[in-house]
Design a protein around this ligand. Structure first.
Ligand code: CA
Length: 315
C-alpha cells in the first residue's frame, strides 16, 4: 500500500461525501462550441470606484463561494447535477493596469465576444464596481438590440462625469448621455433615503426614469413590482438587463459592499425579485457588482451572489 494514500492535492476539500455535489463542480471552462445553461464572465475592475474598493477580487470570491452550496433544491425537489446543468465560465477579463478607459473598452469588447458565442441563453457578468455596467450594456445593445434595465441599487448612479470621470457613480448617466439607453427604459428599485443628492433624483425624473424607493419596496409586493416593471419594458425593448448592485441590501446582510447603509433590502426580497424577472423571456443578462471581499465578513455578501447564480440556473 502506498504511503501517500492520505495526501490530497493542495487546495482540495478535506472531505468528500459520495452523495453530495458542490455547486462549484457545475463550472465548466468555456471552449469553442461549448453550450451551457448559463454563462459567467468576470469583470474584476474597481479602480474607478469613488470610495476604496477591492471589488476586483469579487469574481474569484463568488466562484469560490459556490463550494459552500450543494446542487440540490429541496423546495423544488430538483438537483442541478442530476439535471446536468452547467455554468459556462468565460474566465476573467484582463484589465489595463492604469487606464480606466482602456479597461472599460476591454469589458465592452469581451462582453460582446462572450455573448456573441451564444454559449448560454443567460449571461451573468461578475463585477467589479458599478462602472462596468456602461460597457456591458453597450455590448448587449449591439448583440441583442434595444435594452431595458431593471437596476437594484441604493443609489441612482446618475452622477455628473465632470467631477470624476467614468466612476462607479455614473454608469447610467453615461448610458443615457451617450444615447445607448432611454430614460423610460430604466427602472431603479431600492433607492434609499440620505444616499443620493436631490439633483440626481430630479435628473432621473426629467429623463423619464422609473424610480422605486425602499418605501415602495416595503409597501408593495416585490413580485408585483417586478411584474409591473417587466410589463412596462416588454413592448418597448428587445432585451431586459438586470443590474444588481449588492448595496441595495441592508448593511446587516451585505457587509462586503463599500457603500453599506441601514434601511436596505432583505436578501430574500432581492432573490424573489431576480427569480420573478428570470421567468420573463426577454431577460437575458444580469450583472452583480459592488462586492469587496476584503471588507466582507465570512463571505456573507459573496454568498448571496453565488445564490443568485444558482437561482438563475434553476430558472
Ligand atoms: Ca450602484
Amino acid at each position: 500500500m502506498s504511503t501517500f494514500q492520505h495526501i490530497k492535492p493542495a487546495g482540495k476539500a478535506q472531505f468528500k461525501d459520495r452523495y453530495t455535489t458542490k455547486a462549484a463542480e457545475l463550472l465548466t471552462p468555456w471552449e469553442e462550441g461549448k453550450k451551457g445553461d448559463i454563462a459567467i464572465i468576470g469583470a474584476p475592475l474597481s479602480k474607478p470606484s469613488i470610495s476604496h474598493s477591492g471589488a476586483s477580487f469579487a469574481p474569484d470570491a463568488i466562484r469560490r463561494c459556490l463550494n459552500s452550496f450543494t446542487t440540490y433544491n429541496i423546495e423544488r425537489g430538483t438537483d442541478l447535477a442530476d439535471d446536468q446543468k452547467t455554468i459556462i465560465d468565460f474566465g476573467d477579463i484582463s484589465m489595463h493596469p492604469t487606464s480606466i478607459e482602456e479597461s472599460h473598452q476591454r469589458i465592452y469588447e469581451s462582453t460582446k465576444a462572450a455573448t456573441e458565442t451564444n454559449a448560454a441563453p443567460f449571461t451573468i457578468i461578475l463585477g467589479g464596481d458599478h462602472s462596468i455596467t456602461t460597457s456591458t450594456v453597450k455590448a448587449i445593445k449591439e448583440t441583442k438590440g434595444t435594452v431595458g434595465i431593471i437596476q437594484f441599487d441604493a443609489h441612482h448612479d446618475l452622477r455628473n462625469t465632470e467631477d470624476g470621470g467614468p466612476t462607479n457613480g455614473t454608469p447610467f448617466r453615461r448610458l443615457l448621455e451617450e444615447g445607448h439607453l432611454k430614460g423610460e427604459h430604466l427602472i431603479q428599485i431600492g433607492i434609499r433615503n440620505y444616499a443620493n443628492a436631490k439633483a440626481y433624483h430630479d435628473y432621473a425624473i426629467e429623463q423619464g426614469v422609473t424610480v422605486y424607493t425602499m418605501k415602495d419596496v416595503r409597501q408593495q409586493q416585490m413580485t408585483k413590482l417586478i411584474q409591473k416593471s417587466l410589463t412596462q419594458l416588454d413592448p418597448q425593448v428587445d432585451t431586459i438587463y438586470l443590474s444588481v448592485d449588492m448595496d441595495v441590501l441592508d448593511q446587516a446582510f451585505a457587509p462586503g459592499c463599500p457603500a453599506i447603509g441601514p434601511g436596505g433590502m432583505h436578501p430574500d426580497t432581492l432573490t424573489e425579485a431576480v427569480q420573478t424577472a428570470l421567468q420573463h423571456q426577454k431577460v437575458h443578462t444580469m450583472d452583480i457588482v459592488e462586492i469587496d471581499p476584503t471588507l466582507d465578513i465570512r463571505d456573507m455578501t459573496s454568498r448571496v451572489a453565488s445564490l443568485l447564480i444558482l437561482n438563475a440556473l434553476t430558472k
